[in-house]
Every structure is written in C-alpha cells, then in structure tokens.
Design a protein around this ligand. Structure first.
Ligand code: ATP
Ligand code: XMP
Ligand code: GLN
Ligand code: MG
Length: 512
C-alpha cells in the first residue's frame, strides 16, 4: 500500500552499499525507495520523486550489457546524484568518457573539493572520503565542471549545478567518509529541497488512516507470530479497525519450546485483541515429510501458512484482507528482478500465486530498527519489541535436510539452552540473534567411558544492524563453554558443539 509522501528514489545497480544509501536518507527523515535500475521514466514520473540517486555497482559502464538506466531520466528535471558506478554511468550517458583507472583507489583517500557548490556546502576543502573503484571518469560530459579531485583521481566529482546533476566517485553513504552524512543531507536539503517529513508518528497516523479507508466495512485477519514485526503490524492495524480484525497465531510444529503458550499469554496480558490459535502441527510436518531442498521447504511452508489462513478466514466470513509483518529486507532478499534471490522468505517469495486475500503490509518499506521505533511510539512492551527475530519457517530452516520429529525435539532442547544461557550471562539483548542449528552430521564421542555416535549442534550468534549484513559475535569463552557443556550434558543425542564463525556475506544468518 502506498502512502503519499515525499520520496527519493535510489536506482540499484547492484551496489554493496545501496541499503546504506537508503538508511542515510531515512536517517535524515526523508523517505526513500530502492528501485531496479531499469525502471522506466514513466514509472519514475508517477512516483514524483524529489530526487534520484544512482547507486554503485560491480560492472564497468563501458562493457557490453553493463546495466544502464534510461538516459531520459536526466531530462525529467529531477535532481540526480550518481555515486561511483552511478557517477560513471551519468558521465557515459551524458557524453563524457570513463576508462580503467591507471591507479585504483580502495579505502581511505584524501580529497580536495570545491565547497562553493550546494552539494559540498559547509564541508572543509580538504577532507577524507572512502573510495572503491577500478574505473574513473576521464572526461566530464559537456556543461559539467570538476568539483573534487584526489592525488590519483583527478576527476573525483563533477557537477552541473544548474541542472542539479551531481556525480561523486567516492561513497558518501559509508561511515568512513568523514563528512558523508552532511554531503547526503546537502543533496536532500540544498539540492532536492526535501522537507524532512518522514517521522514515525506521521507514519503511524497516515497508516492508520489509510488502513481504515482501505478496509472499509470488511474484515481482516492478521498473521501474528508474536515476533517484533507482526506484533507491531497487529497493534497498528488493531488501532485502525479493532472490531474487524482477527489475529491468527499458527502453531506450525516448527516453533521453539513453549513458544505458543508464551505468545498467547503475552498478548492476552497486554492487549484486548481478538486472537485465535490454530494447531497446524501435523499438517506442516506431513507436508514436509521427505523434503530436503531448502527452497522447496520454504515454499511448502509459505503455502501451508496461506491454506491455514484461508480456512480460518472462511470460518470468520467476509474476510478480504491479510495483514503481515513483512519488512523491507524480506522484500529485497526475495529478489526484485535485479537483486538476486538469496532465499524465498516464506511471507514474500514463498507465497503461492493466488493467495486469495489482498495484502496489508504496513511495514513493508521499513527496516527492523525503524519497526522497533514504531513499536515504541505505539507503546508496545519491551518484552515483545526486543525479542530476537525468529523466522516464520522456524526450526525447519535450522534442521538441514528432512525435518523429523526426532530432530525437532533435539533442536528445541538445544535452542532453549542457548537462550537460557544467553539470558543468564546478560548477552541476549546484546546480539541480533543467538540460536542452535542441527546440520544432521553425526560424529564419534566418548561419554561415561562409552563410545557415542551422535549429532553435532552448531551455535550461531550474530551481530547485525538490520539483518542484511551480519558478523559473528565474539562471545566470551566462558559463555561458549557454558553453552557447550550444558547442551552436551542435557540434550540426549548430542555429543559435540561447534561455533559458526562466518559473517554475512558470504554466509547468511540462517543455514537454509
Ligand atoms: N507462527 C506464525 N503464525 C502466524 N503468522 C506467522 C507465523 N510466523 C510468521 N508469521 C507471519 O510471517 C511474517 C514474517 O515473519 P517474521 O519472522 O519475518 O516476522 P515476525 O515473526 O513478525 O518478527 P521477527 O522477525 O521478530 O520474528 C510475520 O510478520 C507474520 O505475519
Ligand atoms: O520471517 C522470516 N521468514 C523467512 O523465511 C526468513 N528467512 C530468514 N529470516 C530472518 O531474516 C534475517 C536474515 O536472514 P538470512 O541471513 O538467513 O537471510 C534473519 O534474522 C533470519 O532469522 C526470515 N524471516
Ligand atoms: N563501487 C563501484 O560502484 C565500482 C564502480 C566500477 N565497477 C569501478 O570499479 O570503478
Ligand atoms: Mg518471526
């Protein structure tokens, strides 16, 4: 559902930092949207953006089939900021020249810039920027002037101030660029004339109004997992259409120890909302029987979720809408035609073609920390807001290969020990996620002088800002030790514990 407000568009050329550009813009209280680089000029015009940013990207503009946007974009009258690949592309499309750089620049670089132009207003002439390029601008397009240079890159930024077209070789969006935030703010406020109207209370107010108008006299069901996203979505939609909303919590059989009881209890205690609990354990498990492919598992789970919602909706009657707590990273990771599909999140890419509902996803454009801010504004208790994320497909994506009752039971016990120990040592809220995985490998051990041949459990603990990238947590040895000892002592069928020391990328947070 689109909410009418000022928007800046980011055309994504597959850059590593595209998400960061979005964050920086939103932190300046301006709403922005990431769109595929090949978006048509008509579609852009429909969105009436205040400005456009062209992201970086791995390609070289001069090779065949390099991703290119429509040249007309520069003639629509919108301000444009090209970053790295985006800068090179603007140069090429407007008649300048780009070629491999004789000296490549990576990382910290001293730059001299012309601070009389709006983009660099208030920035000292000599500053530090972050570079990451192998190509460079050799000749600016006609009517552009060079506005920054470094020792090895004589054309480090160009501008056509009159037409509000700017291109920078460096990355203003990364924190290492000393005045990067100010440069982005200058683009938004000095060049695009944005109003900074993107705040959480304005979002709540507008969303409530929109949902009321959209739902009218019909009814909606809300898929409620008890996690942060769906809880915030439920409370928000409840505020709009209280009597017409029924929340459905599905016990998939893939949940953690006592999870169902805890979710229902927390909600009953804090809210007067209409919640039903559906026991679909047998259905999920029988459909997953014999299935080993991770994407197939995810798609089955997505489908069964929808089947359950449909059946419940039929019982309620006149249900036209399904509310989900889908977030921006779910949408981006499921693939948007340009960025590749990393995994099908059960609530986006894992959905069946015909879901039979209209979707209401009020958080679809937000990052997790923004959702927590909305939740805070809505007065949602901390025990819900600061829960670690738990994926909808649950333990099924933490048991590699076929999901069986036996494996679920082992993983459930190991997982509850991980959470217990993390809380005991005061680390539960310091990390993004901490959980156990059952990869299904067995190894030889010795317990009580007897040989064992039992499962290994992998411990995964990560730090992350938004789930898009993550680093493994440098947990103190005493916690690792305590988790390892507790799991091997308390969980029958496990004789070994491993710690996953891979960041994302190259790995993902979950194992499937
Ligand atoms: N057991 C469940 N019952 C009903 N709906 C669910 C269940 N699990 C997931 N969903 C739906 O799928 C959406 C996506 O799940 P996801 O795990 O990303 O979000 P969440 O559970 O709300 O929050 P968190 O990321 O903090 O776990 C949820 O917002 C919810 O709408
Ligand atoms: O609701 C969800 N449905 C899914 O299908 C799904 N897959 C991953 N995740 C969660 O998303 C974040 C990023 O996970 P990955 O690095 O594994 O992609 C992590 O926080 C994961 O736990 C999911 N959440
Ligand atoms: N980070 C980027 O956008 C790189 C752009 C281009 N591929 C280069 O190497 O110069
Ligand atoms: Mg969840």
């Amino acid at each position: 559902m689109g909410i009418k407000r000022e928007v800046v568009l980011i055309l994504d050329f597959g850059g590593q930092y595209t998400q960061l550009i979005a964050r920086r813009i939103r932190e300046a209280n301006v709403f922005c949207e990431i769109v595929p680089y090949n978006i048509s000029p008509e579609e852009i015009r429909k969105k009436e953006p205040k400005g456009i940013v062209l992201s970086g990207g791995p390609a070289s503009v001069y090779v065949q089939n390099a991703p290119k946007c429509d040249k007309e974009i520069f003639e629509l009258g919108y301000p444009v900021l090209g970053i790295c690949y985006g800068a090179q592309l603007m140069t090429e499309l407007l008649g300048g020249k780009v070629a491999p750089a004789p000296v490549k620049e990576y990382g910290k670089t001293e730059i001299v810039l012309n601070n009389t132009i709006p983009l660099f207003k208030g920035i000292e002439r000599d500053t530090i920027v972050w570079m990451s390029h192998t190509d460079q601008i050799e000749l600016p397009p006609p009517d552009f002037k060079v506005v920054a240079s470094t020792d090895n890159c004589p054309i480090a930024a160009i501008a056509n101030v009159e037409k509000k077209l700017y291109a920078v070789q460096f990355h203003p969006e990364v924190s290492h660029t000393h005045r990067g935030t100010e440069i982005i703010r200058n683009f938004l406020f000095e060049v695009c004339d944005c109003a900074a109207d993107w705040t959480m209370d304005s979002l709540i107010e507008q969303t409530v109004k929109e949902i009321k108008a959209k739902v009218g006299k019909h009814k909606a069901v809300c898929a409620l997992s008890g996690g942060v996203d769906s809880s915030v979505a439920a409370v928000l939609v409840d505020r709009a259409i209280h009597d017409q909303l029924v929340c459905i919590f599905v016990d998939t059989g893939l949940l953690r120890k006592n999870e169902g009881d805890m979710v229902i209890e927390t909600f009953r205690k804090n809210y007067d909302m209409n919640i039903i609990r559906v026991d679909a354990r047998d259905r999920f498990l029988s459909r997953l029987k014999g299935v080993t492919d991770p994407e197939e598992k995810r798609k089955i789970i997505g489908n069964v979720f929808i089947e359950v919602f449909k059946e419940e909706a039929l019982k309620i009657g006149d249900v036209k809408f399904l509310v989900q707590g889908t977030l921006y990273p779910d949408v981006i990771e499921s693939g948007n035609g340009v960025s590749s599909t990393i995994k099908s999140h059960h609530n986006v890419g894992g959905l069946p073609e015909d879901i039979g509902f209209e979707l209401i996803e009020p958080l679809r454009m937000l990052f997790k920390d923004e959702v927590r801010q909305v939740g805070k504004e809505l007065g949602i208790p901390e025990e819900i807001l600061y829960r670690q994320p738990f994926p909808g497909p649950g333990l099924a994506v933490r048991i590699l290969g076929e999901v069986t009752e036996e494996k679920l039971e082992i993983l459930r016990q190991a997982d509850s020990i991980v959470l217990r120990e993390m809380k005991k040592f005061g680390w539960y809220n310091k990390v993004w996620q901490s959980f156990a995985i059952l990869p299904g490998i067995k190894s030889v051990g010795v317990m009580g002088d007897e040989r064992t041949y039992a499962y290994a459990i992998v411990l995964r603990v990560v730090d992350s800002y938004d789930g898009m990238t993550a680093d493994w947590t440098k947990l103190p040895y005493e916690i690792l030790e305590s988790i390892s000892t507790s799991i091997t002592n308390e969980v029958p069928g496990v004789n070994r514990v491993l710690y996953d020391i891979t960041s994302k990328p190259p790995a993902t947070i979950e194992w499937e």
